[in-house]
Design a protein around this ligand. Structure first.
Ligand SMILES: O=C(CO)COP(=O)(O)O
Length: 135
């Protein structure tokens, strides 16, 4: 599965904690992230990850584009609901595309944990089957 990991600044510590806790599951998949989030994950958790541009510089849009091209299977996006973001339209667009393309999206740690448990149990393997059919 191709999994995007994104966190706003005040949520980055939470995401690092989450990725550390689920490292054994996550390393079995192709990991993607916005720039700053990805750098922190690589440095602090020690997993390799494809880094897009930083969110405010177009990274959210790049992940949205990957979703539109059927190149992303899950998005874990720890949003900061209490801080205005300069690139709010990009954030909204990314979330919208997850809904357009039925991409599982977690915007907080509680839901992210359920999705990762789902991956471990194979609940999302249907996406891989669909992928094979498309190619
Ligand atoms: O702003 C973001 C998501 O909207 C995250 O971007 P960074 O990972 O580059 O901080």
């Amino acid at each position: 599965m191709r999994i995007a990991l994104i966190a706003h600044d005040k949520k980055k510590d939470d995401l690092i904690q989450f990725v550390t806790a689920y490292k054994n599951t996550l390393v079995k998949h192709d990991l993607y992230a916005t720039g700053t989030t990805g750098s922190r994950i690589e440095r602090e958790v020690g997993v390799s990850i494809h880094k897009f541009k930083s969110g405010p510089l177009g990274g959210d849009q790049q992940i949205g584009s990957a979703i539109a091209d059927n190149l992303m299977d899950m998005v874990i996006f720890f949003r900061d609901p209490l801080t205005a973001q300069p690139h709010e339209p990009d954030v909204t667009a990314l979330i919208r595309l997850c809904d357009v393309y039925q991409i599982p999206l977690a915007t907080n740690m509680g839901t992210a944990e359920v999705l990762l448990k789902g991956i471990e149990e194979g609940f999302l393997d249907w996406r891989l089957l669909e992928d094979r059919r498309d190619r």
